[in-house]
Design a protein. Structure first.
Lengths: 115, 113
């Protein structure tokens, strides 16, 4: 009964490279949420996706960041031309349907370090 | 392992004592609140939640209190154990953006043996 799975657990990229973070939701879940945690801070909402649809990306930086959740396969958070300020832990959560007043359950995150 | 929040407020308690972690929330329209526990190198783990029509809810060894008048939330942990050492976050959301959790800045709980 696996929970939300994220990989890689740790990712190191040089400035200017691309980072791809993967999230496999819990079995049967079709809604995915990405959050970012900067050092010494709580998590901040980035984007909410359903299969093949972006529902709300209001928390995503306008440039260099994109997310997708294809019909098959994991959800991908993509960061192009990474900068040092992108260094953070990125967490994914999933739910079976529209989320309302029920707790999100998170994966163990991907820790991105930009050198 | 990685440390989360090196400069977070810290609460140090003796093993076996009760712990109280406090959180002030900002939005009077928030109607659902959650406490999460985050251990080093891991994602936030759900502990307990409470809706705005309640002022108290109890779980196993944990109690959440909600004071809407002063927009204050607290987490009480009874008989604190070494395994309770972690960073604790409160989170809130409002009805019209129910999937956007707004996290507080966190409190580090250290349990002394």
């Amino acid at each position: 009964n696996a929970g939300v799975m994220q990989n890689p657990r740790h990712l190191v990229r040089r400035r200017g490279q691309e980072a791809r973070l993967r999230c496999s939701p819990m079995k049967g879940h079709s809604h995915v949420y990405w959050y970012r945690q900067l050092p010494e801070e709580g998590l901040k909402f980035m984007v909410y996706l359903q299969k093949e649809n972006i529902i709300d990306e209001s928390g995503m930086p306008k440039e260099r960041f994109s997310a997708e959740f294809p019909k098959e396969g994991p959800s991908i958070l993509r960061i192009q031309q990474v900068v040092r300020g992108d260094s953070a832990a990125y967490f994914c959560a999933s739910s079976p349907g529209g989320y309302y007043n029920s707790p999100l359950h998170f994966g163990n995150g991907t820790r991105l370090t930009v050198t | 392992g990685e440390s989360v929040g090196l400069h977070l407020p810290t609460l140090s308690v003796q093993e076996g004592d009760n712990s109280i972690i406090n959180c002030a929330y900002s939005n009077s329209a928030s109607d659902y609140f959650i406490w999460y526990k985050q251990e080093s190198g891991k994602g936030p783990q759900f502990i307990i939640d409470i809706r705005s029509n309640m002022d108290k809810r109890q779980g196993q060894r944990v109690t959440v209190l909600l004071n809407k008048t002063v927009k204050h939330l607290s987490l009480q942990i009874a008989a604190t154990q070494p395994g309770d050492s972690a960073v604790y976050f409160c989170a809130e959301n409002i009805e019209d953006s129910s999937y956007k959790l707004i996290f507080g800045s966190g409190t580090r709980l250290l349990v002394r043996p």
